[in-house]
Ligand binder design. Structure first.
Ligand code: AMP
Ligand code: FE
Ligand code: FE
Ligand code: ZN
Length: 291
């Protein structure tokens, strides 16, 4: 039986299950805990925490933030206590990018209306939402196919958006009370030396953990990441990157071919780290002079 999943998207960003549905699914699968890690937003937390209380699943409030470091590097944040003010700009720039994508599609004769998309999909809209529309129009077979043909880098409807710098993202997570973790390290196509450099840069700004188990990572890859995490004194985390029907090959808790298995003990270490961090933040706040 799988225990936890620490990397999960909901309709608060580009997943297709609501926070409540996602927590219920976790409960049906017998998971003890899951972290909600939507892109750029904490909007799904309240509903997920309430659903967690109803069905006895521990819900960790998390986030996933995109940054630029040559390639797009993702930072997960766990036990976020406050909103991250910098993300307001990021979400606004998503809107700017999305409006441009929608306008380009409309100019090509596709019936895409961004105001309608906002009503349907909410505040944090991403390329997978455009992918769904292209699928509905019969222009793509799946969201992945829509990325390959229209939305991915180099395709007609790819328009870049602004992201945080890596140091800003790690520091922003720390300031919001969260524990920053480097997401899916093999996604960046870095060799051992480059990955070590990335880890060092992130650690200089407060990185505390690394995602060692992830959908599609095989035993050798997991072993390598776990030994790297131990060498650097980083906490180990793991999760599926579940997005519901937007990534239908990924299953909550178990990954792609059932390879994912994340121990509950990893969550206990993460929680202890967050508690230490929250206590030191509170004592710092108490000892700083009133202004
Ligand atoms: P955005 O942040 O709006 O530019 O969109 C990026 C998001 O698209 C990522 O977070 C993934 O969830 C999703 N994505 C990227 N590539 C693919 C793909 N090939 N198939 C499905 N979803 C993808
Ligand atoms: Fe996503
Ligand atoms: Fe990611
Ligand atoms: Zn993700």
């Amino acid at each position: 039986m799988r225990e936890i999943d620490l990397h999960v998207h909901t309709t608060a960003s580009d997943g297709t299950c609501t926070p409540r549905e996602t927590v219920r699914l976790a409960s049906e699968k017998g998971l003890r805990a899951l972290a909600i890690t939507d892109h750029d937003t904490v909007f799904g937390h309240a509903e997920a925490v309430s659903a967690g209380m109803d069905c006895g699943v521990e819900v960790v409030p998390g986030i996933e933030v995109s940054t630029r470091y040559g390639v797009s590097v993702h930072i997960l944040g766990y036990y976020i206590e406050n909103l991250i003010p910098l993300l307001e700009n990021v979400v606004n720039d998503r809107d700017r990018r999305n409006e441009q994508v929608a306008a380009l599609m409309a100019a090509d004769g596709l019936p895409v209306d961004y105001a309608e998309m906002k009503k349907r999909f909410g505040r944090v809209i991403g390329r997978p939402h455009f992918g769904r529309i292209l699928v509905e129009q019969g222009l793509a077979e799946s969201v992945s196919d829509a990325f390959a043909r229209y939305l991915g880098r180099g395709q007609r409807y790819f328009i870049p958006r602004r992201t945080l710098e890596i140091d800003e993202a790690v520091e922003a997570v720390v300031l919001s009370g969260g524990v920053p973790v480097l997401a899916h390290p093999f996604q960046y196509k870095k060799d051992d030396r480059e990955l070590r450099e990335l880890i060092s840069v992130c650690m200089d700004h407060g990185l505390r953990g690394m995602e060692c188990r992830y959908s599609g990572y095989d035993t050798d890859q997991v072993r390598y990441l776990e030994s790297l995490a131990e060498e650097y004194g980083l906490l180990k985390t793991g999760g599926s990157d579940f997005h519901g029907d937007n990534k239908p090959h990924i299953s909550l808790g178990t990954g792609i071919n059932g390879e994912l298995d994340v121990p509950y003990a990893w969550l206990e270490s993460l929680r202890e780290e967050a508690e230490k961090h929250h206590c030191s933040r509170k004592s710092q706040a108490a000892s700083s002079p009133a202004v």
